[in-house]
Write a protein that binds this ligand. Structure first.
Ligand code: PEP
Ligand code: MN
Length: 354
């Protein structure tokens, strides 16, 4: 069995391969080129969850022996996505080394439970992609179901989140979610999947670099010998050569590079901690004043939202942001959140729940 931890000894771990295994030739040739560039872990989707029917839904079982060939001919470790118990059984029987749970599956507790039950007694590393919706608990729940079933080797993959609004990328990265996940589960390795965040190959580098700067442990990137002709996710895939070039341009910064004393960093962090404590204290004081305002408005039958006041405050904050070289975007976000909370507090006082 593969030892997942040992794969991360040389960071970042790179997992690469096509979105989908399409033909034997395409699968083996992609793997050969990746292996020649030193990539150790191969990915290829055998069963593909597609948003709309009618798209290529994966080659299915016939592709499994191709993965076996990849292993034999290149020595790479193989990985694929499983979305139900049938996939789990077939993948395990075909000697796939690592399985991953896709974003649509990790969002579904029933599916997760079935997969976890089916994996009882099977020793295979499982990587869990974040659910399509930005819900840390749902992601955590998927992991816990696997752990409860006795799966001991688990990793996380951040692949971004669906968004109704049109955004630059295919999936919104919402970096705060993987950061929070890492805070809650520092014991699990976190891999970023820039391909499914980007949706287009031109954005891969910036996302991968950002992920590395946030100290992820690995990257999963889609690579295809003929990306434009790929049967799925054509726009976001890279040739093995282009991937190699991109990886070469990434800057890898250590959390604590060798020979560097953390003393100054500790001091700066301590200062930040003090300021954060002050911020919390100030917020507490501010919210208790909001309660007083709520009571006043209630007694005087005034509406909670006073648009003219809010507008003039926001203008003032914008000016202050400029004067203090703070980003207007940051100040708007912070004060919108504070103002909203203040409204909620006043609203609770004016309209107490029976
Ligand atoms: C994939 O890795 O090809 C895939 C379908 O990913 P996701 O579950 O992140 O959409
Ligand atoms: Mn894909």
């Amino acid at each position: 069995m593969i030892d997942l931890n040992s794969l991360f000894e040389k960071r970042p771990l790179i997992i690469a391969g096509p979105c989908s295994a399409e033909t034997e030739e395409q699968t083996i040739e992609t793997a050969r080129q990746l292996a020649a560039n030193g990539i150790k872990v191969f990915r290829a989707g055998i069963w593909k969850p597609r948003t709309r029917p009618g798209n290529f839904e994966g080659i299915g079982t016939v592709g499994l022996p191709w993965m076996q060939r990849v292993k034999e001919e290149t020595g790479m470790i193989t990985s694929t996505e499983v979305a139900n118990t049938h996939h789990v059984e077939e993948a395990v029987n075909a000697g796939i080394d690592i399985i991953w749970i896709g974003a649509r599956t990790s969002a579904n507790p029933f599916a997760m439970q079935e997969i976890a039950d089916c994996l009882k007694g099977v020793e295979i590393p499982v990587l869990v992609k974040n659910p399509v919706n930005p819900d840390v608990d749902l992601w955590l729940g998927a992991v816990e179901r696997l752990q409860d079933a006795g799966i001991s080797q688990i990793g996380l993959i951040h692949r971004g989140f669906s968004s109704y609004e049109k955004i630059l990328y295919r999936n919104a990265p919402l970096w705060q979610i993987p950061i929070e996940m890492k805070r809650r589960r520092p014991d699990l390795h976190l891999i970023c999947d820039p391909s499914h965040i980007a949706g287009k190959r031109e954005y891969l580098f910036e996302i991968a670099q950002k992920a590395l700067d946030l100290n992820v442990d690995g990257l999963m990137i889609e690579s295809h010998i003929n990306p434009d002709k790929a049967w799925s996710d054509a726009k976001q895939q890279l040739t093995p050569a282009a991937l190699n070039e991109m990886l070469g341009n990434l800057v890898i910064r250590d959390v604590l590079p060798q020979g560097i004393s953390p003393k100054l960093l500790d001091e700066l962090r301590a200062k930040i901690d003090v300021i954060d404590d002050l911020l919390i204290d100030l917020l507490k004081k501010r919210m208790s004043i909001s309660e007083g305002i709520g009571r006043y408005k209630k007694e005087n039958k005034m509406a909670v939202l006073q648009p003219a006041r809010w507008d003039s405050l926001l203008n003032k904050y914008m000016m202050m942001a400029g004067e203090n070289s703070l980003s207007r975007e940051l100040i708007t976000k912070i004060f919108q959140a504070i103002h909203q909370e203040s409204i909620n507090i006043q609203d609770k006082i004016i309209n107490p729940k029976k």
